[in-house]
Design a protein around this ligand. Structure first.
Ligand code: FE2
Ligand code: FE2
Length: 489
């Protein structure tokens, strides 16, 4: 029996599927919420607040379209500062990010108290003080961390072919009306209108979800003309008695459909296969940016898996599914703290258990995306072994289809051969010493043999070094950069 025939649920081929772009992007925002430590649906609720503001302000259709995708991708750069946040605070990056979003940074006492609370949580008093002092002595660090996030998010939006206005909105989402925001310090009307809308919408959402309508409205009033455009605050204050609308945005069961239904621009925009590939590449970049230890891991795993699958006879559609399943296989890692992912020493049992949850989150996120649902199982089973000794579900081979098996092999091969900050990538001979004893135990024998053959003839190395990312191909030629003001700052 061939490796392809071993598949217990080989994805159907030649499917003609119409996919709504809004459906794909909005479902994937749950991964961004995980990275930001926000409650599930934070991004979608923010989009609903932002779109109501945009509608009441009379934005035209192109502007509403730009606002819609800016709201969905506002945190696309979130993973790029996760490692620095965790290192700086000595705490789980997600909890710091969630908590610090509620602080009024212009209130120095409140900022100091909240920073102290978040430094070195669970560690010795001396360590906590050291973290606090480092933050207090390097105020430019905050700007750099926010700039990294804003730049990355804006780049991703423009790479996916969304309007420049969307990228610009993301680039300046942390500017404050009074000029004390980041990363440039724009003030008042200098700040792009869509950025002003997004900042208010995301902060209102955070307070509303934590403490209800009154807390959200009180916060907006309190930060009127410091953080927020006063005219926008007045709009939000006028919604105070609209309890039905607040209840509607809090309705988790209807949230996804409500956001997809709000997609502006008349007919729904459909995602082509090339665009779905580009979205998968973009989220692979978000995943790989989470930690310096996994640079290009997702992209390489996907490319290796496709190379091996094609040698074993996979057709075009199956290859495409394997590419996307590979690019997104570790999307659940966005929910794991960098305090654990980047820990230099041995992990505790609790920390290992935390890491072992990431395939579960991968499964939950991909299940939300109708266009990706058929490979959610395969993608999330990349740490399972055919002898049943893998994790997190201890599934045996009869539950692991071709895609899951080829991803499991490529995942280990990539992890061993990739350079890491603390060691060079292993040679093929070293890899053989580690992987070969697991041929037929962890790895499907035919897939293992094909992988090693492609490693020996240099194919996998060529796949890793090729730079034909779909993201790059989608980059608009000659488009003005939304980052010009960032780079000039
Ligand atoms: Fe993984
Ligand atoms: Fe992986």
């Amino acid at each position: 029996m061939s490796a392809l025939e071993c598949s217990s649920s080989t994805p159907e081929t030649g499917r003609a599927v119409t996919v709504r772009l809004a459906e794909v992007i909005s479902a994937l925002t749950y991964a961004l919420d995980l990275t930001e430590g926000q409650r599930p649906g934070h991004t979608l609720r923010t989009a609903l607040v932002a779109m109501r503001l945009g509608g009441e302000l009379g934005f035209d259709a192109p502007t509403m379209g730009a606002l819609y995708y800016a709201a969905l991708l506002k945190d696309a750069g979130c993973s790029s500062n996760a490692a620095r946040m965790a290192a700086l605070f000595g705490t789980d990056d997600q909890s710091v990010k969630r908590d610090m979003r509620l602080v009024d940074w212009h209130d120095r006492w409140q900022l100091a108290m909240r920073t102290a609370k978040n430094c070195g949580v669970g560690r010795s008093p001396i360590t906590r003080i050291q973290h606090f002092l480092r933050i207090a002595r390097t105020p430019q660090m905050t700007r750099e961390i926010i700039q990294a996030r804003c730049e990355r998010g804006a780049q991703i939006a423009v790479s996916l072919g969304f309007p420049i206005a969307s990228s610009e909105a993301i680039a300046h989402v942390d500017e404050h009306w009074c000029g004390l925001g980041h990363p440039v310090g724009l003030a008042g009307d200098e700040i792009p209108m869509l950025s002003r809308v997004l900042l208010l919408a995301q902060t209102v959402e955070a307070f509303f979800t934590e403490n209800g309508i009154d807390a959200a409205v009180a916060m907006a009033r309190q930060r009127r003309a410091t953080w927020f455009d006063p005219a926008l605050v007045d709009r939000v204050v006028s919604w105070r008695r609209d309890k039905a609308w607040w209840a509607s945005i809090a309705d988790a069961d209807r949230l996804d459909a409500a956001v997809v239904a709000l997609e502006p621009g008349g007919l729904p925009e459909h995602a082509s296969d090339d665009r779905l590939d580009a979205i998968s590449y973009a989220f692979a970049a978000v995943i790989d940016a989470k930690t310096p230890f996994t640079y290009r891991h997702s992209t390489n795993v996907a490319r290796y898996a496709v190379g091996v699958a094609q040698v074993l006879g996979a057709n075009t559609q199956l290859s495409r599914d394997i590419l996307r399943a590979g690019l997104l296989h570790d999307i659940g890692k966005l929910g794991v703290s960098n305090r654990i992912l980047d820990k230099p020493g041995r992990l505790t049992e609790i920390e290992r258990d935390e890491i072992k949850k990431h395939p579960v989150w991968t499964s939950q996120i991909l299940e939300r995306v109708p266009a990706f649902r058929h490979f959610a199982d395969a993608s999330s089973r990349h740490h399972e072994r055919i002898d049943g000794k893998g994790y997190p579900w201890s599934l045996t081979g009869d539950h692991l289809d071709f895609t899951a098996r080829v991803l499991a092999t490529s995942d280990v091969y990539e992890a061993l051969t990739a350079d890491r900050p603390y060691r060079a990538g292993m040679s093929i001979e070293q890899v053989l010493g580690i992987m070969k004893p697991d041929r037929g135990k962890a790895f499907d024998p035919q897939i293992y043999d094909a992988t090693i053959a492609l490693a020996h003839d240099g194919t996998l190395a060529r796949l890793a070094s090729s730079a034909d990312d779909a993201i790059e191909r989608l980059r608009p030629q000659g488009a003005a950069s939304p980052l010009r003001r960032l780079s000039a700052a």
